[in-house]
Write a protein that binds this ligand. Structure first.
Ligand code: SF4
Length: 897
């Protein structure tokens, strides 16, 4: 049962690998000092072309997230630990029985952009080549399916024409629906550095919110959600009017320009109406149009604000149309560039991870099915596309899919209409989940859980947003009974009777086959496929082990950096296609009952459902609670003060979150982060609110456009509990757990706080010091307006409880620090004040790399009359490592000066 690795990793040396998080795909140099204790120092890899040594706050903190805490280390069936053969037999038995009784389309795999390409390849091969169904979709459907669909419509293939270098070479950079500063931070650092070097470089940000990305913007277009396609229709019309289209390029390399221009022109009356529909001021719109039409070196980069939309595919094509019309594509500093969300969403696309793809960028055309079938040596190929994410879970709900295998993702949290996903999974006769974390909202509903190897233990390849394939290498041996996903899948495939086709001994074996398929009958009979790494099909194990990052396609051993500047698209006639984009309003509009629009997204220091970033104390400090950002004008109309708790409701569910007044929000629109789950918050997750509307072409859900209503969350008590131990609360309506360096913090509100058994338990176990505000209105032992309790054991603070006024006023960062030292009873009294001595009130963390708080920065600015971010860096180091906090420091400077 051992996993064969052809080349044995050496865990005692410096290892080059790739970051676990976003699609930037930064190279990392990891120095393992103790493989048994999982001690590793993480640095940016100096020679990796994605980051050249840089890392963001998340990447820098990876070393804090590799402990075995919370890991799933052994297979379990209905909660009972079993050995691997038993688990694999049971998965196989259930899979076989379901197929025999209900047919192959009654089973489904749901994968993830966290899987390595080799894992993805095996999963896709098993489902589409041997089980004979195409029900293999992935959480990448939630991430970039609209870009895939848009690129395929325009280029005939899912090809990203440009590279990261072009972001730096552009004279005009347009960032659409992308908070690059937080979601692709290293690219943002590269852009910022270039803009500092070349101040004449212009940056336009098109985003409903004034995000940190606007820190480098020359122009911000706070666009009305859902109108991006209209804006780019306007731009196409403007370009034609101004005579700045590239007619020779259009005529030589494209089709359907005239029709697209006609549709674009027909979608608005004049630029005044267009601006009004987009919620923008006309002068700003025309300034943007003017810059685009007069700047040869223009890059348009986009992300989830474009993709996660009921018109996401049209938005993508609207952008691409403007680049095709100007011939600005695949040139140094010119072209469209999709910024992928997940670390290996691109790798998944390469092997057919989406239900409407086959493998190696092939579709369900008869010749593709035949070709892949012959290559795999199977006659049981899936013949048509399978169910895409939203439809897949609906099919489970109605009993059409009866066996689901989820790999490395948490759909209960990330899918829209989360309550319906829970309902579906509860009905599904078999739910198998492969994950490295034991307790997630999805494993809670699994019949069988399988321990998959996480980042730092698995080994294979990933592809970033610029088509660059990099090795992700193991830093430590596999922990407990963990196994790579590809191994788990091959074991099941062999049990199903497909031993020959799944006889892989290592990830290198799989990579070779994947590479061979990409080159198989590629460029024959006049048909060329874009994805081609066929020359890598015969690399040795040692070559795979030492493989340096490279971009696909590789033609005659040479990576192609940019594509399409001289045409050569992957359509039948090798010409690109302009796609007419008939603009329509977003699918779900606000109404009298739900008058506000909910947008969702990420925060700076967290990733997805926090299973990894949640383990790092410093990454938990910048944004410590789930929140709802709302314009003060809207907040006033529903009596929501800053920092109050509010109940958010949509047609689909409810959540309770902290209110954050923000002038960065457009009036009428609110924002919630996507990261919190039932594992760290009782009611602060947004997936239950989000509508399941999908884009008609890409089937990507519109996660950024749900009508909601708000009301204050009325509660009888609230408090904050700091504890050395991790605790759980079942009967409190609002609970959020925040990890700190020496323990945990719980923000609590609702009924039942006066009866918290954990507080009584502390009373029994520890020495108690209590402060009661004489003015307070006594209600019970622990809940009155000003109760503060501290529990000590052997000079060590064990827990602190503050309710009412004390909760609001206490300095959380300072109180968390008291758990790291011995204190006298007298000092303990001081902690009960909740307020640190002058100079020690660091305040909310701004710089995660050096743990520098807001108050410290503000004091330093005032005391030294500082007006420049770099001086803050010289004095406090803040902003000098990953740079993610620079926009915030700049804002503090502006507020003070
Ligand atoms: Fe990782 Fe940050 Fe680089 Fe993304 S930008 S790959 S999260 S280090």
């Amino acid at each position: 049962m051992a996993v064969c690795a052809s080349v044995k990793p050496d865990f005692s040396k410096t290892i080059n690998t790739t970051c676990a998080y976003c699609g930037v795909g930064c190279g990392i140099t990891a120095s393992v000092s103790d493989p048994d204790l999982h001690l590793v120092e993480i640095k940016g890899r100096e020679d990796h072309p994605a980051n050249y040594g840089r890392l963001c706050s998340k990447g820098s903190a990876l070393g804090e997230t590799v402990s075995l805490e919370g890991r799933l280390l052994h297979p379990k069936i209905h909660g009972k630990t079993v050995v691997w053969p038993e688990a694999l037999d049971e998965v196989t038995r259930r899979l076989q029985e379901t197929i025999q009784k209900y047919g192959p389309d009654a089973v489904a795999f749901y994968g993830s952009g966290q899987l390595l390409t080799e894992d993805y390849y095996v999963a896709n091969k098993l489902m589409k080549g041997f089980i004979g169904s195409a029900n293999m979709d992935t959480n990448s459907r939630l991430c970039m399916a609209s870009t895939v669909a848009g690129q395929k419509r325009a280029f005939g293939s899912d090809t990203v024409p440009n590279t990261y270098q072009d972001l730096e070479m552009a004279n005009l950079l347009i960032l659409v629906g992308s908070n690059t500063a937080w979601c692709h931070p290293v690219l943002f650092q590269r852009i910022r550095a270039m803009k500092e070097q070349r101040p004449e470089m212009k940056v336009v940000v098109i985003d409903p919110r004034k995000t940190d990305t606007c820190d480098i913007a020359d122009l911000h277009l706070p666009i009305r959600p859902g109108t991006d396609a209209l804006l780019f229709n306007g731009l196409l019309s403007w370009l034609a009017e101004q005579g700045t289209i590239d007619l020779p390029y259009i005529e030589k390399h494209t089709n359907d320009f005239g029709q697209s221009l006609e549709v674009a022109r027909a979608s608005f009356r004049d630029y005044s109406q267009l601006s009004e529909l987009c919620g923008l001021d006309q002068e700003t719109v025309l300034q943007f149009f003017h810059w685009f039409s007069t700047t040869e070196k223009t890059v348009t980069a986009w992300s989830q604000g474009v993709n996660q939309s009921s018109s996401g595919t049209d938005k993508v094509n609207g952008i691409i149309n403007c680049h095709l019309a100007t011939g600005r594509i695949g040139l140094p500093g010119s072209g469209p560039l999709s910024l992928t969300g997940q670390p290996n969403a691109m790798g998944g696309r390469e092997v057919g991870g989406l239900a409407n793809q086959l493998a190696a960028h092939m579709d369900f055309l008869p010749e593709d099915i035949d070709r892949v079938g012959r290559f795999w040596g199977t006659t049981n190929m899936a013949r048509s596309p399978g169910k895409t994410a939203v439809d897949l879970f609906r099919a489970i709900d109605r009993g059409a899919i009866r066996f689901l295998w989820v790999m490395g993702t948490n759909p209960v949290v990330s899918m829209p209409d989360g309550n319906s996903i829970i309902k579906a999974l509860k009905k599904c006769p078999t739910v198998v989940v492969s994950d490295c974390i034991e307790k997630t909202d999805t494993t809670a509903l699994a019949d069988i859980v399988l321990p998959a190897a996480p980042w730092s233990e698995k080994d294979g390849t990933v592809t970033n947003s610029e088509r660059r394939i990099s090795r992700q290498r193991a830093l430590f041996p596999l922990a407990g009974g963990s196994k790579p996903d590809w191994w788990i899948l091959t074991q099941v495939a062999k049990r199903l009777g497909y031993s020959d086709a799944f006889d892989f001994a290592s990830s290198a074996d799989i990579f070779r086959e994947h590479a061979a398929l990409s080159g198989f009958e590629n460029n024959t009979a006049g048909k060329i496929r874009d994805f081609n790494i066929g020359t890598k099909a015969s690399i040795s194990d040692n070559e795979y082990e030492s493989m340096d990052p490279f971009q696909w396609p590789v033609i005659e051993d040479k990576s192609q950096q940019r594509l399409f500047s001289a045409g050569g698209f992957y359509t039948d006639d090798r010409r690109a296609k302009f796609v007419p984009t008939h603009w329509q309003k977003a699918a779900n509009s606000i109404n009298a009952e739900y008058p506000l629009l909910l947008n969702t997204g990420r925060v700076r220091d967290h990733w997805h459902t926090m299973t990894r970033t949640g383990l790092s104390p410093r990454l938990n400090q910048h944004t410590d609670e789930p929140f709802l950002a709302i314009h003060p004008e809207d907040a006033g109309s529903v009596q929501l003060q800053d920092q109050m708790l509010c109940k958010v409701s949509s047609e689909f569910g409810d959540a309770i979150v902290r209110v954050k007044h923000s002038e960065a929000q457009r009036v009428g629109e609110v924002f919630m982060p996507m990261h919190w789950t039932r594992q760290n918050s009782q009611s602060g997750f947004c997936g239950v609110l989000v509508n399941p509307v999908v884009d008609p072409v890409s089937k990507q859900p519109d996660l950024k456009h749900t009508p909601v209503k708000l009301e204050p969350f009325y509660h009888t008590g609230n408090g904050v509990l700091f504890s050395r131990e991790q605790l759980s609360f079942t009967d409190v309506e609002y609970v959020t757990e925040v990890r700190s360096e020496h323990g945990f913090r719980y923000e609590l509100a609702g009924s039942g706080l006066d009866k918290l058994s954990v507080l009584s338990d502390f009373n029994k176990r520890f020495e108690k010091i209590e402060y009661v505000d004489a003015q307070s209105d006594f209600q019970s032992d622990f809940q009155f307006d000003g109760c503060r309790v501290l529990w000590l054991d052997q000079y060590q603070v064990q827990a602190i409880w503050m309710s009412g006024e004390g909760r609001s006023a206490c300095d959380r960062q300072w109180l968390q620090s008291c758990f790291g030292k011995s204190v006298t009873a007298l000092e303990a009294w001081y902690f009960l004040s909740g307020t640190p001595p002058k100079g020690e009130d660091a305040g909310r963390q701004v710089c995660a790399c050096f743990g520098v708080g807001e108050n410290t920065i503000c004091r330093t600015i005032r005391e030294n009359s500082i007006s420049d971010v770099s001086v803050i860096g010289e004095i406090l180091k803040a902003g000098t490592n990953c740079g993610s906090c620079i926009p915030e420091i700049r804002q503090l400077l502006l507020n003070i000066n």
